[in-house]
Design a protein around this ligand. Structure first.
Ligand SMILES: Cc1ncc(COP(=O)(O)O)c(C=O)c1O
Length: 411
């Protein structure tokens, strides 16, 4: 125990952990998410007064274009959420029964089940231990003559190495559908995600850094693919066709004007929020590196924008083999920190896959990361720098109380 850690930024940290009955380090909540003011109210009122409550309000196309262009893509096609955008992208690319699609097992369920829902087979491939993104060496080993596509997830907002990924995809003639659900604004060597593959798929679900509660959008540079996706989402219609003309099997996955109104106003806030998150994330990485309980996230130097949807931390089990993730997460939560325990096991261990065809390649890194990694969500990165310091204090306090924590482990 060092003196520096006993007193961290003037706060005495030797008090009992809150989970053992001591006083919590912080009682004040962190920033509320989502953030809004009367701008959102005015935008909603505009839709209300227009009477265009369904179908396509003009705000939908305005938002699609603005968001796609900001993401270095020519076309934007909105939809009801970021699950059906993945399904639509797969269908628009002609993917279906008999096709194998490479996906990571460290992601939200939709990345894999969208593949199953179009009749293709998800093939789970291991991740890299530092970026938590697909490991392309493992992907290479998983390719078979049936492999048609790969769905990289820019996990937590850290882009995949898109130079390596696009080379790999070209070598094996694979379609790339980028799952950008975590990565609004994220960029690799100055180019935004969602502009590299056949499609980029975004989610505007409530927790995301750009949200309307629900919503999704596909970016693409291919006009034919944009038109196919638009048609699937809008009952098989064509942009140039009449209302009653249906050319292919489509459905109704449309985004509403209400959502577009909120998305436009939230989008205007996004660049400043990205900057603030990046500054607070850099501060946290630096401060947490002075302690040794947790391993802070690493950022590849080719990443020119990380969206910091999640700030992923790993329990340093080499240094503290006597601890486990649930105990540390619970200890931090009791100190008033909004921590999320993350994934308890790889995606393929979910019961759904007992009956849904899939293939699992060896994923030792994902298995290990699930035992060590948890995250704080992005609202903690939106506060003033003097508030972020509380998170560092909380980690320092837990580190000072490791012995007590280890005697009463939570499973
Ligand atoms: C990686 C990833 N892909 C896809 C989705 C699906 O998005 P939605 O919730 O908008 O359907 C999510 C959403 O949480 C996600 O995190």
């Amino acid at each position: 125990m060092t003196q520096a850690v006993k007193f961290f930024n003037g706060v005495f940290l030797m008090s009992q952990l809150a989970m053992h009955g001591g006083p919590p380090l912080r009682q004040k909540p962190f920033a509320r998410w989502p953030q809004f003011d009367e701008t959102e109210l005015a935008a909603l009122n505009e839709v209300l007064q227009s009477g265009v409550w369904g179908g396509y309000h003009p705000k939908v196309a305005e938002f699609e274009q603005a968001f796609a262009h900001w993401h270095d893509a020519r076309f934007g096609v909105s939809a009801a959420n970021g699950t059906v955008t993945l399904e639509t992208a797969l269908r628009a690319c002609g993917i279906g029964a008999g096709d194998e699609i490479i996906v990571p097992p460290f992601t939200f369920i939709a990345t894999a089940t969208a593949v199953s829902l179009v009749g293709a087979t998800p093939v789970f491939v291991d991740i890299d231990a530092t970026t938590f993104n697909l490991d392309l060496n493992c992907a290479r080993a998983a390719v078979t003559p049936r492999t048609r596509a790969i769905i990289p997830v820019h996990f937590a907002g850290h882009p995949l190495d898109m130079d390596a990924l696009m080379d790999f995809a070209a070598q094996h003639q694979l379609i790339v559908i980028e799952d950008c659900a975590h990565a609004h604004g994220a960029a690799w060597r100055g180019r935004k995600v969602g502009s590299f593959g056949a499609f980029g798929s975004f989610s505007f679900q409530a927790s995301k850094v750009l949200t309307a509660g629900e919503g999704g959008l596909l970016t693409t540079n291919d006009d034919g693919l944009a038109e196919r996706a638009r048609s699937i989402i809008n009952q098989g219609r064509r942009t140039s066709g009449a209302w009653y003309e249906h050319f292919e099997l489509g459905t109704n996955y449309r985004l509403t004007g209400w959502q577009a109104a909120i998305l436009q106003t939230q989008f205007a806030r996004l660049p400043a929020q990205l900057e603030r998150r990046a500054a607070n994330a850099a501060y946290l990485i630096n401060e947490l590196a002075q302690l040794d309980l947790l391993i802070p996230p690493a950022v590849d130097e080719a990443v020119t924008c990380h969206s910091w949807y999640l700030f992923i931390l790993r329990l340093n089990r080499e240094r503290y083999p006597q601890l486990n993730k649930p105990s540390v997460v619970q200890a931090l939560a009791a100190e008033g920190m909004p921590v999320n325990a993350g994934y308890p096991y790889p995606l393929y261990r979910n019961e759904v896959f007992a009956s849904v065809p899939h293939r699992v390649t060896p994923c030792p890194i994902t298995e290990k990361i699930c035992e060590e990694a948890f995250w704080i969500s992005h609202e903690i990165l939106l506060v003033e720098p003097e508030d972020v310091v509380d998170f560092v204090r909380a980690v320092a306090k837990v580190q000072e109380n490791v012995d007590a924590l280890a005697t009463k482990l939570v499973q």
